[in-house]
Ligand binder design. Structure first.
Ligand code: PMP
Length: 406
């Protein structure tokens, strides 16, 4: 059978599969991972700085000492010890929480899926930043929810635009289920929401009875070593908070979590059980040991230092090489820079030519549910070395020059 052969099961698929599209990022991975290509596309953490030998010793000890628990089925909510530690991690962002309100998930991606599953019927509306995280958009689409994008500026979501969107969606009879936001070091936009905006947003959503889904995988990766106060810290009733160990420890373990008001948490555990029975116990215990036995905050500090150096290399290279009229964000943390090219460029159409020139990025259209973003692209600085980043931007500039000549 080839990929082109007729799909005999086509008439049998559920309608929701129509909303399932291959992520632009995923289909890029194969080419972007070739060694000759400088990939500014993927958002892979730079794990090279992890103390792998100590992590290996910890894994061996886990099996030797607690193997019968670590390799057994477990709780659908996640192990208690880890949930307690998660509460301590969140305390760094000003959050007071009880471990019983935390549900451990298979990465925060699973948490996005579970939250959408329990809130959204087909046609329901989710408010999200313009642009927004591609993995969230594909999840929302798989539940046939409709995304309404809301404008941001360098301080994050614009409150008046949020109010206007709520009003116009409701006037048209739309049912808004939640507002999805990434307040820190946004993926892909690279901006951070100001404190004043966080408070304003919380107030608007509370008054409109729209829960906020606060997605915060990058919160501890601020290059100024400051930890921003989370929206959830000041609103325990109306905010559902998502966290992850993917960026502070290791994405391969797939350990994330949701902190939700108690009634929502009950539904989340049921949804988690029906999806996975329980999050992997071995992986949770590995994270728990890592938090207990390693100086993990120093490790996060080392990550911050590495990424800050790479951000600097990228911003400087953009200043040197980009054509006039190009703009970009200058992130205070995280992994991503969002670039807007002058009128006339089409980043999706240009991508194959960029890959031929041995540089890859993610076209802006991947981050919109409505086809916008054609002059934009996401560049990530987390994985390549500073030298490779500079080389990648140089190659990109050559591609842009050639486009202008076409
Ligand atoms: N949310 C955002 C904004 C992300 O950037 C990512 C990872 N790219 C995720 C959620 C998912 O992270 P994970 O499932 O690895 O915790």
């Amino acid at each position: 059978m080839t990929g082109n052969s007729l799909d005999r099961h086509m008439p049998l698929y559920a309608q929701r599969t129509a909303g399932m599209r291959a992520s632009a990022v995923r289909s890029l991975f194969a080419v972007a991972n070739r060694p000759e290509v400088v990939s500014l596309a993927g958002g892979m953490p730079y794990l090279q700085s992890l103390p792998l030998e100590s992590v290996a010793a910890e894994a061996a000890q886990l099996i030797a000492q607690d193997g019968l628990t670590a390799l057994q089925y477990g709780s659908g909510q996640g192990i208690l010890e880890l949930r307690e530690q998660i509460c301590q991690v969140m305390a760094l962002e000003g959050i007071t929480a009880h471990p019983d309100d935390v549900t451990v998930t298979v990465g925060s991606q699973m948490a996005l899926d579970l939250v959408t599953r329990i809130f959204c019927d087909p046609g329901d509306v989710i408010l999200a930043e313009a642009p927004s995280y591609v993995g969230a958009l594909t999840t929302f689409a798989s539940y046939q929810a409709k995304v309404v994008h809301i404008e941001m500026d360098s301080d994050g979501l614009i409150p008046s635009a949020v109010s206007a969107a709520i009003e116009s969606v409701r006037a048209a009879g739309g049912r808004i289920k939640f507002l999805y936001t990434i307040p820190n070091f946004h993926n892909p936009a690279g901006v951070t929401m100001s404190d004043a905006r966080r408070q304003e947003l919380a107030k608007i959503c509370r008054e409109a009875n729209i829960p906020i889904l606060e997605d915060n995988p990058y919160g501890l990766l601020g290059f100024d070593d400051k930890i921003r106060r989370s929206i959830r810290a000041d609103d325990a009733e109306n905010v559902i908070y998502l966290g992850s160990f993917s960026k502070t420890f290791a994405p391969g373990l797939r350990v994330g979590w949701v902190l939700a008001p108690h009634a929502v948490r009950e539904k989340l555990v049921l949804a988690n059980e029906s999806a996975t029975l329980n999050p992997p116990v071995f992986n949770q215990m590995m994270v728990s040991r890592y938090l207990a036995n390693f100086d993990w905050q120093s490790q996060v500090k080392a990550y911050r230092h590495t990424y800050a150096e790479r951000r600097d290399a990228m911003i400087q290279a953009l200043e040197t090489h980009m054509p006039e009229g190009t703009t970009w964000t200058n992130p205070e943390g995280g992994f991503f820079v969002w670039v807007t090219l002058p009128e006339g460029f089409d980043t999706a159409a240009m991508l194959p030519r960029a890959v031929t020139a041995r540089v890859a990025y993610v076209p802006g259209t991947a981050f919109y549910a409505d086809g916008l973003g054609s002059r934009q692209m996401r560049l990530s600085f987390c994985f390549p070395t500073p030298e490779r980043i500079v080389e990648g931007i140089r190659r990109l500039a050559t591609v842009l020059d050639n486009e202008l000549d076409v």
